[in-house]
Unconditional design. Sequence first.
Length: 453
Amino acid sequence: MTNKVEKQSPHHVVIVGGGFGGLHAALSLGKAPVRVTLIDKRNFHLFQPLLYQVATGGLSPADISSPLRSILNKQQNTKVLMGEVRDVDPHQQKIFLNKGEITYDTLIVATGVSHHYFGNEQWAPTAPGLKTVEDALEMRRRIFMAFEAAEKETDVEKRRAWLTFVIVGGGPTGVELAGAIAELAYSTLKKDFRNIDTAEAKIVLVEGMDRVLPPYSPDLSAKAATSLENLGVKVQTKALVTNIADNVVTIRQGDNIEHLEARTVLWAAGVKASAMGTILAEHTGVELDQVGRVMVEPDLSIKGYPQIFVLGDLANFTKPDGKPLAGVAPVATQEGKYVADLIVKRLAGETSPAFEYFDAGSLSVIGRHSAVADFGSVKMSGFFAWLIWVFVHIYYLIEFDNKLVVFIQWTWSYFTRKRGARLITGDESLGQIGVDDKGDYFIAPKIKVSVKA
């Protein structure tokens, strides 16, 4: 009589979030003796560093997005599910989706962050942030509709308000948006309108700290500010937005209070962790920082729960100097690869040292021919920094077709100064310019943006 031995199921790794951290963890586990399930509420990986290019008409959403199933289709041990995780039971090692539940042996959570309005969520419909494709398309719609509305407006003051763009937040996203909108107004669109001079547009960048790009060295921040001003951007530092209402932005700079009429306000001032941080804290007791990020152990796990890891923007990994790692793609990518390697070593009975981030440097683009680069001992700005930025971003795009398309688009834009994705899209009722009972133009209907943690 033959004894049948039941085959033990492979170690099941569940990854929540298909961003840089989650995706690279999955890719690194492709040949490991494990079963991988990657869950994301979207069916694609989004290259967020280039979202501002979609928002300003330089690229289309498909240029910076790759289907998760396509990326992982050669990994026979990997399954992709489109769904949203609602809850976690760390004791029974289960996650609960909007439909169904899944058990895990190891759980990796990499669900990122969303916009943070610092208690002023009522500003969200007026000042959209930039984290998703929908955010970028809404920004693009508002930016280009502002020029269309200005073209129809006969009142000088009202036209000036349509041509005023306020970007709140002087970090990399705010700087990139301000530079790109300046190039649109002062170069790309200059010959496209007949009733307005787009060069009369006013672009204002508001930053609460004493300089733009606070994470960079003071000299690079100063060069970035100079480059923005040379593009025509008004940079206001040590300035706080205290109110946004009725197409007026109130800015306090020291003792000076300014009420600026602006029809287009874009938010790049802060982030807060996704709801998964709160869910994990409720069930595990893990500590969260002031914006809801999970305080992780040296191996990126949760204290007391070595089988749960948190990566990317959702994780607060504190460096020896007491500062958390920045929420940038290279950090999430390295964390994903590290955790994948750690899982394999654990299964082999081996140990791993604590996670250590290798900082290859930071890059931020300001405009055509202008960027800043901080490689530690080497700092540069201008054309060569811009050239490095271009090739680094093309290199890190996930799929070859995205690399090729973006390279061709950028090459074409470089020589022609044209942006080929200047489309106003949305619901059939969106993008329509209406006139209210006072004779004022408005974009109908007003968009209500739901802000969720």
